[in-house]
Write a protein that binds this ligand. Structure first.
Ligand code: HEM
Length: 448
């Protein structure tokens, strides 16, 4: 996508860009959601017992959903973007066939059912040991710490309740659109569908980050030698997140002037407030956990630490954009991919890679080659932040997002896209080394 935006291969039809962008967006959001929930479920087995059967069903259904999405985008050239704006999927003007639109909705249905089952099962497993008020840590607020509840249980409970709430919105969307298309009902209200779509998308993305943070809470103490226990602050912050994360999505609709004004104000307030408890408490605790500790900075703690910092940097960029007066300038510019790539790629992805490396090293008891690990981490940081900077600078210069090729006036668009290619190669170098090293360890662990 950056190659085309840089102006190379101008003969490529733009529909290819939009089809690839749709697959990339849906694929990435899905992959890191699934990876985060899988890693968190695995770590949860220390305390509770999620069902292996449900995990396998979720994995199988996810594979079916992915195949449908690949077919819809790469074969059908469906190019609606990862959050499709209704009624765009039904107005292809011949660019993609009807079956591709059907495949998109069937895929979303299959994935929605799979992930509902999976998150519901995690909640069931937690309920097998803790009552809901205990799993949310409410007894800490009245000064009791019995039963002791590890932070990963509280974060998993908050996150899985959030997932279920988001997926309910997805079901409502599918029912409304299904009724219109198959049942011959009247056309749906586009603003209602947009609210539901962003509610679902925003929840899914936010919760994925919380999965990543749960991994940090559980694994980081093994390296710093300091325990990370639940206390009143942790309970208060994650319960506040549960209450506020439902409303932050409203910042995606600032430019929808038919939206009631009080909802816009609520969007700005909750966007500001939701970031304080989870992010500030986690970032501050990570610093306290590592400051003057005897941490041996091998790859796993380095990636977990960098992930928390990426979350912080992307979070600040997100808060800037969720300010209504700024959003009037930054809406749908490359600032948007800039901020979400920062807390995704440099946040949750690094956290998840760190967690997987931790498991691979633990299972094989391999002595880590620290020099190789540092080279890997340096590539990820330099390549990743170079790519991020190309997005931020373009966004600040009003280059719009989701453009296959930029008009001649936007000279900084192709220039920054071209420079970013160098950083993407550096990033891929680090990722390639990581995949080779971790793959080798995982293969050995599986054989054993
Ligand atoms: C090597 C790493 C990556 C590169 C080079 C990359 C590149 C891009 C580019 C060029 C776009 C289109 C920007 C625009 O003009 O609007 C994009 C969109 C997007 N990317 Fe990435 N990306 C990377 C990693 C990720 C990761 C790890 C995620 C995690 C979720 C992600 C999620 C998304 C999403 C959700 C979109 C929006 C798609 C849409 O607008 O429908 N990307 N990415």
């Amino acid at each position: 996508m950056r190659t085309l935006q840089a102006g190379y291969f101008p003969a490529t039809p733009p529909e290819w860009f939009y089809a690839v962008m749709t697959l990339h967006g849906l694929g990435m959001v899905g992959v890191w959601f699934v990876a985060g929930l899988a890693a968190m479920s695995f770590l949860l087995t220390k305390y509770v017992r999620p069902s292996l059967t449900v995990s396998w069903i979720a994995l199988g259904m996810t594979a079916v959903g992915v195949l449908l999405l690949v077919a819809a985008t790469l074969v059908g050239k469906l190019g609606v973007g990862w959050y499709f704006l209704y009624p765009l999927p039904f107005f292809s003007e011949g660019t993609w066939p009807d079956w591709a639109t059907a495949a998109l909705f069937i895929a979303l249905g299959v994935l929605g059912v799979a992930w509902t089952l999976w998150s519901g099962d995690v909640l069931r497993a937690i309920a097998g040991r803790y009552r809901l008020r205990e799993a949310l840590g409410w007894h800490y607020l009245s000064g009791r710490s019995d039963p002791e509840v590890p932070p990963i249980i509280i974060i998993a409970t908050v996150s899985c309740i959030g997932v279920l709430a988001g997926l309910v919105a997805a079901v409502v969307i599918l029912l409304l659109i299904g009724w219109e298309v198959l049942g011959g009902g009247a056309a749906n209200d586009a603003l209602l569908i947009k609210n539901l779509t962003f509610y679902f998308g925003h929840m899914l993305v936010n919760i994925t980050m919380y999965f990543g943070v749960a991994l940090v809470y559980e694994i980081m103490p093994a390296y710093t030698g300091r325990p990370w226990k639940t206390n009143t602050l942790v309970v208060l912050s994650w319960n506040t997140v549960l209450a506020l994360v439902m409303f932050a999505y409203l910042h995606h609709l600032y430019m929808d002037f038919a939206q009631p004004r009080w909802l816009q104000v609520l969007g700005q307030l909750s966007s500001y407030l939701v970031s304080v408890p989870a992010a500030v408490v986690t970032i501050f605790s990570t610093l306290v956990l590592t400051y003057r500790s005897q941490t041996r900075w091998s790859l796993a703690p380095t990636l977990l630490y960098l992930g928390v910092m990426g979350w912080a940097i992307g979070g600040v960029a997100a808060m800037i954009d969720s300010t209504i007066s700024v959003n009037q300038l930054f809406h749908n510019t490359l600032w948007v991919p800039a901020h979400f790539h920062t807390y995704y790629l440099m946040g949750v992805v690094l956290m998840t890679l760190g967690a997987v490396y931790h498991l691979a090293v633990t299972l094989t008891a391999e002595v880590e080659n620290l020099k190789r690990s540092r080279i890997m981490a340096a590539h990820l940081v330099v390549g990743g932040y170079g790519l991020m900077l190309s997005f931020y600078l373009a966004g600040a210069d009003s280059v719009p997002r989701r453009f296959a090729a930029y008009p001649a006036e936007l000279t900084s668009g192709p220039m920054l896209a071209g420079i970013s290619l160098v950083f993407i190669l550096v990033l891929f170098g680090g990722l390639g080394l990581y995949l080779w090293d971790t793959g080798r360890l995982c293969a050995r662990a599986l054989r054993a």
